[in-house]
Design a protein around this ligand. Structure first.
Ligand SMILES: NC(=O)c1ccc[n+]([C@@H]2O[C@H](COP(=O)([O-])OP(=O)(O)OC[C@H]3O[C@@H](n4cnc5c(N)ncnc54)[C@H](O)[C@@H]3O)[C@@H](O)[C@H]2O)c1
Length: 309
């Protein structure tokens, strides 16, 4: 298939673009490099520097005659989304609608979208299922849920367009950006390897659902190639505490340093996703053991200098 991967120069998108390429698909990456990096992709993958909000996106997609669009381009920092909500709505909502409109006009058949567990209501029963109530409490989550609504509206109007919405838990792995204290695994790996220690906000007991990026890339292959459609959680169903993650990274780095502790932040205490819908639909479940994924991530950070943003 000929596939456009938006955000393909970023962390998750680059793994997907590489795997699609390795599986024999013709891949083109569209990215504006606001956070993406050219070094994330091999030179064999064609890259087009463009913004998803650009009006010329439609002419480009028509000209290229893509079979599928895998849409990973977005702004995704929760704290930043409070500071720049208009920018977040513009990129994550308007940019997505711009792509959708171009997709239906150009006769694209598949649209895969990277969404997030940040769309769920904090007080809903966990593990979240795809039917759990949604009520995002930050502009990032709100922008992703708005984009989902547009995608589902387009799917209802255009039955020939197969749409898959993937609500990711916390994805980790090589090439993840290090910014603020947001990406726990990347921050712990980068700081511990640099003989520094990360700050854990609160007592480290709050939990998230961590899924390894290679599993996520493989899932994106499955949903591209198989006739599945709908909205799915992408997680392990296992809640891991911040302290557990820190300990695993420290073990992989080979240090016994204790973390630094800071005041608790206003954030959900626990997030865990039920992975059963994807299992039932396509028999998919994550394959990479958590500690193994951590070791592979640390090994990557040990040999790649990564900008701390
Ligand atoms: N990393 C996670 O744990 C996680 C969790 C849930 C959802 N997601 C979603 O997965 C996707 C990828 O996230 P990531 O972690 O790889 O982040 P990333 O920042 O590494 O990748 C995002 C990519 O999108 C590009 N981009 C941003 N704005 C653009 C624009 N206007 N036009 C063109 N390109 C643009 C960036 O340059 C970058 O390459 C995002 O949609 C994000 O919301 C990620």
């Amino acid at each position: 298939m000929k596939v456009l991967v938006t955000g393909g120069a970023g962390f998750i998108g680059s793994h997907i673009a590489e795997l699609y390429h390795a599986c024999g698909h013709e891949v083109v990456v569209l990215d504006n490099f606001v956070t993406g990096r050219k070094e994330n992709l091999p030179p064999t993958i064609r890259v087009v520097e463009m913004d998803i909000r650009d009006r010329s996106v439609e002419a480009f997609i028509r000209r290229e005659q893509f079979d599928a669009i895998n849409h990973h381009a977005a702004l995704l920092s929760v704290p930043e989304s409070f500071r720049f909500p208009v920018e977040y709505a513009d990129v994550n909502v308007t940019g997505t609608v711009n792509l959708l409109e171009a997709a239906v006009r150009a006769g694209v058949r598949v649209f895969i979208f990277a969404s997030t567990c940040a769309v769920y209501a904090e007080d809903a029963v966990q593990p979240y299922t795809e039917d759990s109530p949604t009520a995002p409490v930050n502009p990032y989550g709100a922008s992703k849920l708005s984009a989902e609504h547009f995608i589902n509206a387009y799917a209802a109007q255009h039955p020939a367009l197969r749409v898959v919405v993937l609500r990711y838990g916390n994805v980790f792995g090589p090439r993840q950006r290090v910014y603020g204290e947001g990406n726990l695994v990347a921050v712990c790996a980068a700081k511990l390897l640099a003989q520094d220690v990360p700050t854990i906000f609160g007592d480290g007991s709050h939990t998230r659902d961590f899924v390894y990026v290679q599993d996520v890339a493989e899932l994106n292959c499955h949903v591209l190639e198989r006739p599945v459609h709908g909205t799915f959680n992408v997680g392990t169903g296992i809640a891991r505490s911040v302290l557990e993650v820190y300990t695993s990274v420290a073990r992989a780095v080979g240090t016994e340093r204790a973390p630094r502790y800071g005041p608790p932040r206003v954030e959900p205490a626990h997030i865990v996703l039920s992975p059963t819908a994807l299992m039932a639909a396509i028999g998919w479940q994550p394959q990479v053991d958590f500690d193994q994924g951590i070791r592979q991530t640390v090994a990557w950070f040990a040999v790649h200098s990564t900008p701390v943003q």
